[in-house]
Ligand binder design. Sequence first.
Ligand code: ADE
Ligand code: ZN
Length: 325
Amino acid sequence: MIDAEQVRALPKAEVHVHLEGCFEPADVEALARWAGEPIRHLDVTGSDLSVFLEVLDWTCGLVRTPEQLARAAYRFAEREAHNGVAYADLIVNPTHWSTWRNRLDAFVDALDAGFREAEEDGLPPTGVCISLLRQQSPAEALELVEWLIARQHPRVVALSIDGNEAAAGRTGPGFADAFRRAAEAGLHRTVHAGESSGPEGVRDALEYLLAERIDHGVRAIEDSDLVRELADRRIPLNVCPGSNVLLGRYPDRSHHPLEDLRAAGVRVSINTDDPALMGHSLVSEYVETAAAYGWTLETLREIAHTSVEAAFCREELRHQLLDPR
Ligand code: ADE
Ligand code: ZN
């Protein structure tokens, strides 16, 4: 049995986690009180993805001031430190944060202030992946990317896309121009696919969205040619087993395809997705996944190694984490 302390000590990154899902119930209650909004009880167990995404809209809609944003960023870094994370790529989707609509500069600056303060206090560094929602239009996507390119904010490392693919329909071709522009400008690309979409969503992510990594990607398992391609091209899957079970994609971890993907040579990491809302942590996800598959600490070390290889961090930090001495 692997214990929490062993997991905490592994040199690792977290590469698939949303700020929107990092508000603890006590934080949500305090924000709701401050905003004068009625307090809602947020139990998302068994929700489908659409309901879950609406909960994110409500929670993030409570964040009204730059100080509250900076505090959310700082609290995120504290959470990562507590789980022994040395670096995090954090997905932030501006469409969930209603107060900040059309105020992207102020939004990113406020988050950056919180992350900077966290680093000054010795907490781990965070790179931000600014995310599109699948329901947005191609024109909105291009507008966001042009802002990212013009602004070149040092905190922003990647363009991401998340949301509900099953509800949005096939959107890969429509977002191709936006992701091509981002790639040409040197931004990394990370793409949610193969969670609410099947293997075809993962194929579109690679072909149209120039994805360097796939967030989830687990339904690739339904297409053996695609599994081979992911393994051959060394495309990392940023997997979130607890999230997939909680949102009903698989009945439990033993039915989750993570171990089959790994056995087929696909590079996989373990991540939390929306840890506070889902009631889990990165450490608990490593521990429970290892228990479900009978993994040794050595296997977890490989998973942690993949997380660092997949991270959009500075090369110097990557080398330090891959070769700690
Ligand atoms: N945003 C936050 N969590 C998400 C998930 N699991 N899938 C798609 N978009 C998300
Ligand atoms: Zn996600």
